[in-house]
Design a protein around this ligand. Structure first.
Ligand SMILES: Cc1cc2nc3c(=O)[nH]c(=O)nc-3n(C[C@H](O)[C@H](O)[C@H](O)COP(=O)(O)O)c2cc1C
Length: 181
């Protein structure tokens, strides 16, 4: 059975550079035959998502995202940088998981922002969050700035080399699961 690689992008509007980056990583993984992919974002979670105080009270569209993330063999997560960190609603989605729900899952962390120095969101915000969940976080996170995009829907071709190196790492992380499937 094909492995499931699920993307979650913390964008509040579409089109979204963050969603484009997450989708590009998923497309690269899919083209390499690493698994079947699906992507969700905060728009999919619905307008009242911010009022969800616990998973048991989540609307079906939110539970569908949580379920897909929990059952995934690997995650590709992304956030726009807001005020120097991940968006509040990106964190809110992961606040709804039990602390053991994502254990051992391979995760690629990505972000987009306007300021080069806020690449720190990868190592100071995203990586600690997924290490809290005992995930296996790829060493090569991806941070894309506005010049890395031709448009919100398309990265510049030169960025693909960085995605390829990160997906190399994902392939290694998924090797035991691929051998078993
Ligand atoms: C409310 C708000 C706060 C932002 N704060 C930052 C910031 O602190 N640092 C930064 O580099 N970019 C910041 N940005 C720029 C966004 O991170 C950047 O445009 C990002 O690529 C948007 O992603 P999206 O197209 O997926 O929405 C901010 C944008 C908004 C709307």
């Amino acid at each position: 059975m094909a492995l499931r690689i699920v993307g979650f992008s913390g964008n509040l509007a579409r089109p979204s550079r963050t969603r484009t980056l997450v989708q590009a990583v998923l497309d690269t993984a899919s083209a390499r035959g690493l698994g079947q992919t699906a992507i969700f974002d905060l728009i999919d979670a619905g307008a009242t998502f911010g009022q969800t105080s616990e998973r048991a009270k989540a609307h079906p569209e939110v539970e569908a995202i949580l379920d897909a993330i929990q059952k995934a063999d690997a995650l590709v997560v992304g956030t726009a940088v807001y005020k120097g960190a991940y968006t509040g609603l990106f964190k809110h989605l992961f606040d709804l998981f039990d602390m053991t729900a994502l254990a051992r899952k391979p995760v690629i962390v990505t972000a987009t922002g306007a300021a080069p120095h806020h690449a720190s969101v990868i190592d100071y915000h995203l990586r600690p969050l997924f290490l809290f969940f005992d995930c296996s976080v790829a060493t090569r996170g991806l941070y894309a700035l506005q010049p890395d995009f031709e448009s919100p829907e398309r990265l510049v071709p030169a960025f693909q080399a960085r995605i390829d190196r990160t997906v190399d790492e994902l392939a290694q992380m998924l090797q035991p699961a691929r051998s078993a499937s």
